[in-house]
Design a binder for this molecule. Structure first.
Ligand code: GCW
Length: 611
């Protein structure tokens, strides 16, 4: 490594937040804040790319890697040190080359579905940030192993259309701040942009439109030569797209892919397409079926640099959904799996909802080799602790971790995060904290979405209960509860949704004897007196889960208050736990009473239900 390279690398590494110790430089050896008994020797080996190799000998620890491989390897060494683990020989490559955070930041400074304050880089319709904070963000992302940051909302509102135009110098300056950390930018673009600015059409097959995008891409990559690519939300929730011109989504995506290809860019196309103007009376249309209907016929039609980004479930980041069948049914398309760190439907960074288990389940269900990129909606914001809830940082850490190791053990990931974040917390308390985090998803699920009953959430805000809030609306999100039964029959005997899965899954979900309890009402319509495998009636199970989930949320609040966390974190976590318990009580009483009123069934344990 020459002097200049080392300076760039050091800038990238910065002061390690894990140890807080300063960096010393030496010609061949660097003290990374590493307190091991041997010096660390760095050797740049570009062939290793983002990966790294660590070798331990009696004289030294040798770390080899490409430019960002050295960075990731250094973080690994520091992590081991912080976790008190000994360093052994390691050869490591990331599981996914693209580990992308999608930020839904608007240029006015608001963040769509953001729960950690305002945007870290936009305010007042322009870029506005503290460069030191952005560098720190780079360190944070590098330490988590994230390498792509899409800076603007997929819903591209003016003036964000200018990010690929008059704002390019600012985009370029912002990219330069994050580059030393191995983080490349991505931009969300509006499919209709040529129409809005220069041409009278955005038809992807029109030669003028194609030339417009090619020329635009040339300018963008001239300003930011390592831009990762463009991200597009088209024909989804009122966003413009190729359907307006009678073109399909392969025609739309390929046109943009052709423009970015000469620059090595990727075109990430979101598969979140459904009819958001459905008539609730129409039970012949079912939203979970729609992505498959749009994209399955296009398998094999996408250009090589198109990545189809699919949300994990067929609905929309609900607490519990089966894996989207699209992720299993597009063998000839490059796929990204999209998660949502922002807890839109999962407690909004007030209620605890740890995601490592969800990540692992979805990666296992998809088969890690079927996808080639790993994406998530960001949970970052301008709050001092970045995440709103001090524990919500776990979800970013875990997202990065699964981008490197799709088979990581969720409890191990949580324990690492807790040890790195709260090194001074006594071991027994750290175990209590991890226990809370490990159970948090199941607790939240029991009081908000038991048996796969999703969408009983307050419309628009998506926090708090409203069992009928989405029932008579146009968004395609219905439970169709009556006095006798609840749920939608999505089996092959019903509306046929399960036929989108491979045959063994169709059978698994079709059959009441094998369908997992947590998805029972996602796949089936069942009467309240249906007897579950454990002997309880369906209605009793609904009541029990709400009472139990809420009781556990209340206990969690007490436990959190007993932890000796740093003062500020404790105060924030305690306040949020109080709000969570309050929220859980609302969910319990509103949903239980809703079903009590329909079914007339008393609770077997005589707990209060309200008329
Ligand atoms: O869940 C929905 C959100 C929208 C979001 C959309 C999407 C960016 O409610 O706010 O829009 O998903 O993923 O595009």
């Amino acid at each position: 490594m020459n002097r200049q390279e080392r300076r760039a690398w050091l800038e990238g590494f910065g002061e390690p937040p894990v140890t807080g110790s300063a960096i010393e430089t030496a010609e061949q050896e660097l003290n990374l804040g590493w307190r091991g008994d041997r010096p660390v020797r760095l050797i740049r080996e570009d062939a290793l790319g983002e990966g790294y190799a660590i070798r331990v000998s009696p004289e030294a620890v040798t770390l080899r890697g490409g430019e960002s491989g050295l960075l990731y390897g250094a973080w690994e060494l520091l992590k081991k040190q912080a976790l008190g683990e000994s360093v052994t020989d390691i050869d490591c490559q990331p599981r996914y080359a693209l580990r992308m955070l999608n930020c839904w930041d608007n240029m006015d400074g608001s963040v769509e579905r953001g729960y950690a304050g305002r945007s870290l880089w936009f305010e007042g319709s322009r870029f506005s940030y503290d460069p030191d904070r952005i560098r720190f963000l780079g360190r944070l992302l590098a330490s988590c192993g994230v390498n792509v940051l899409c800076v603007n909302n997929v819903n591209v509102h003016e003036p964000a259309q200018g990010l690929i135009d008059e704002w390019l110098p600012e985009v370029s300056a912002f990219a330069a701040l994050l580059r030393p950390f191995g983080v490349r930018l991505m931009l969300s673009v509006d499919f209709s942009q040529p129409l809005r600015r220069d041409l009278e059409t955005a038809d992807p097959l029109d030669e003028r439109v194609r030339a417009w995008w090619r020329e635009r891409a040339d300018r963008v990559w001239e300003a930011v030569p390592d831009l990762a690519g463009f991200l597009v939300k088209a024909d989804s929730e009122n966003r413009p797209g190729p359907f307006a011109y009678g073109r399909d989504h392969a025609e739309g995506a390929n046109m943009l892919a052709e423009a970015v290809a000469p620059h090595g860019g990727v075109l990430v196309w979101r598969a979140f397409v459904y009819n958001c103007k459905q008539d609730w009376r129409d039970s012949g249309t079912d939203r979970p079926k729609s992505a498959w209907e749009t994209y399955k016929p296009l398998d094999g039609h996408f250009a090589d640099n198109v990545i189809l980004q699919v949300k994990y479930g067929p609905f929309d980041f609900q607490v519990r959904e089966p894996l989207s069948p699209l992720l299993l049914g597009m063998p000839d398309t490059r796929l990204a799996l999209e998660m949502q760190l922002a807890q839109e439907y999962t407690g909004q960074q007030i209620d605890l909802f740890a995601m490592p288990g969800l990540f692992r389940e979805m990666l296992d269900a998809a088969g890690p080799e079927r996808i080639m990129a790993w994406a998530a909606v960001s949970n970052l914001g301008r709050d001092e602790n970045w995440f709103g809830h001090p524990f919500a940082g776990l979800n970013l850490y875990a997202f990065g971790r699964y981008g490197w190791d799709a088979g990581a053990d969720p409890e191990r990931v949580t324990a690492e995060w807790a040890a790195l974040t709260y090194p001074r917390l006594p071991q027994n308390q750290r175990e209590i904290l991890c226990g809370l985090l490990n159970r948090s998803r199941s607790v939240y699920e029991r009081y908000t979405a038991t048996l796969g009953l999703c969408w009983m959430i307050t419309p628009n805000t998506h926090y708090g209960p409203s069992p009928d809030g989405y029932e008579y609306q146009a968004w395609g999100t219905y439970h169709r509860a009556s006095r006798d039964a609840v749920g939608i029959d999505r089996t092959s005997r019903g509306n046929g949704y399960t036929l989108q899965y491979p045959p063994e899954l169709t059978r698994l979900y079709d059959d009441l004897a094998t369908c997992p309890d947590e998805l029972l009402l996602f796949f089936h319509r069942l009467p309240y007196d249906y007897v579950m495998r454990d002997g309880r009636t369906l209605i009793q199970r609904i009541y029990d889960d709400h009472f139990d989930g809420c009781a556990e949320a209340e206990r969690m609040a007490e436990t959190i208050a007993s932890l000796s966390l740093p003062e500020k974190d404790l105060a924030e976590a305690v306040e949020r736990a109080r709000l969570q318990a309050q929220n859980a009580r609302e969910w319990r009483d509103v949903v239980n009473s809703f079903f009590y009123r329909f079914s007339g069934a008393e609770d077997a344990h005589g707990r209060p239900l309200y008329i």
